[in-house]
Write a protein that binds this ligand. Structure first.
Ligand code: PSV
Ligand code: MN
Length: 408
């Protein structure tokens, strides 16, 4: 840390101590933060309108792992990668696991793909045709086998299931089929593994999505059991929905399994985390920190990014996202909770809100630079990435290959 930054750090640390905060504890939490990046975020992807291939975009899983390892090298807090099957299918999972370990990575959540195959036209786990449901269950069984081989804890399930027209199918029958399929998956899942159930209010189903919101996801998880938990993707809510309240509720119910971080302006836009509404992200982290301090569910929550950037350079965008999440966590950690509780007890709404606003407005960069220093990663990961020549290197090495876009 240079002397100017050192000075800033000391001033910030003194301010935090004066608020009665334990700076070492805060730094310890920041150092053990763990954000998972998605394999599909390193590959070329697009919209239904087109794909703009990027120089250096990863095609093979080995390339995706190398990109993820680079993000971890720059940030120090992104040591695992989520996989999507069959996009990331390989023959030898043991070898893949070793390859990841050699790069300093572990394999995180396994995401079955129950939305792309022609057979899933009318749904997968809730489809009316039992042979389609069987096919979907077989695919999930295959994913569970992969989880065992790569030592992954979480099966992360998102379904495109739903209907596009009123009357297309019987809604209650769909619900029951879904429950039955999920119960079978839960039975297949070994005791040390969990099922994360992700909801999304629309797209590609434009009339009725089978798991449209956190209420339905929670209902399904509660019927399944302890190891089934809800996954909150920040892009999967209608405008104005209070996501931090959903997070608080799920935490209180001990049913929050994880996140898919991203941001959005309109719908499921896959924009950079914190790029549109950083205050919302901070408020989400405020709930998470409250839970960390009171009921310590930290290890039960998988912090994953789910973004596929159309125009930004992907590796750099991933670093940017990891840093945005780190910043939101740091700001949530420095909230003066004693003052907040006192203001809430007094009914002093302005003082209470100011506790949040002043933490959000604090420049936490000096604290983060100190944490990065301790972790042995660059003080400015984005700049270090630009100076590393990594992007130019992958653009050279991966030039001239056939691109297979994913639909992330
Ligand atoms: C669906 O929009 C989603 O959020 C799910 O998590 C998928 O697995 C992911 O995006 C990639 O398509
Ligand atoms: Mn998602």
């Amino acid at each position: 840390m240079n002397s100017e930054m050192q000075g800033k750090y000391e001033r910030l640390a003194a301010t935090l101590k004066a608020r009665g905060l334990d700076v070492q504890l805060i730094e310890g939490r920041l150092k053990s933060q763990h954000i998972e990046t998605p394999s599909w975020g390193y590959a070329d992807s697009g919209t239904r309108f087109g794909v703009f291939p990027q120089p250096g975009a990863a095609v093979t899983l080995s390339e995706k792992l190398r990109d993820a390892a680079h993000v971890h090298r720059m940030t120090g807090i992104a040591p695992s990668v989520a996989l999507h099957i069959p996009w990331d299918m390989v023959d030898d999972w043991q070898a893949l696991r070793q390859e990841a370990e050699g790069l300093g990575l572990t394999i995180g959540a396994i995401n079955p793909n129950l939305f792309q195959d022609e057979a899933y036209r009318f749904g997968s786990l809730a489809a009316p045709d039992p042979t389609v449901r069987r096919k979907a269950l077989d695919h999930v069984a295959q994913c569970i086998e992969i989880m065992k081989q790569v030592d992954s804890r979480d099966l992360s399930l998102w379904l495109a299931d739903g209907t596009n027209y009123p009357g297309q199918d019987d809604l209650r029958c769909r619900k029951r089929r879904l429950e039955e399929s999920l119960a079978q998956i839960y039975t297949m899942l070994p005791d040390d593994k969990r099922l994360l159930v992700e909801y999304k209010f629309f797209e590609p189903a434009f009339y009725a999505t089978d798991i449209p919101d956190w209420g339905m996801a929670l209902l399904l998880c509660n019927k399944l059991g302890e190891r089934a938990r809800v996954l909150v993707d920040l892009g999967h809510h209608a405008q104005g929905v209070n996501i931090e309240q959903i997070v608080a509720t799920l935490l209180d119910e001990k049913k929050l399994g994880g996140f898919h971080f991203n941001d959005r302006k309109y719908a499921d836009d896959d924009l950079t985390t914190g790029s549109i509404n950083p205050y919302e992200l901070f408020l989400v982290f405020h709930e998470l920190v409250t839970s960390e301090l009171n009921d310590d569910q930290g290890s039960q929550i998988a912090y994953m990014i789910d973004q596929t950037h159309l125009l930004k350079p992907r590796v750099e965008a991933m670093i940017q996202s990891v840093l945005a999440i780190q910043r939101a966590y740091a700001k949530a950690l420095i909230v003066d909770r004693e003052a907040l509780a006192a203001a809430q007890a007094d009914g002093d709404i302005i003082a209470a809100e100011e506790c949040l606003v002043s933490a959000f407005n604090t420049d936490v960069e000096p604290l983060l630079v100190k944490v990065r220093d301790d972790l042995g990663v660059p003080a400015d990961p984005l700049q270090a990435h630009r100076e590393s020549g990594y992007q130019e290197q992958i653009a050279r090495e991966r030039a001239g290959r056939k691109v297979q876009p994913t639909l992330g």
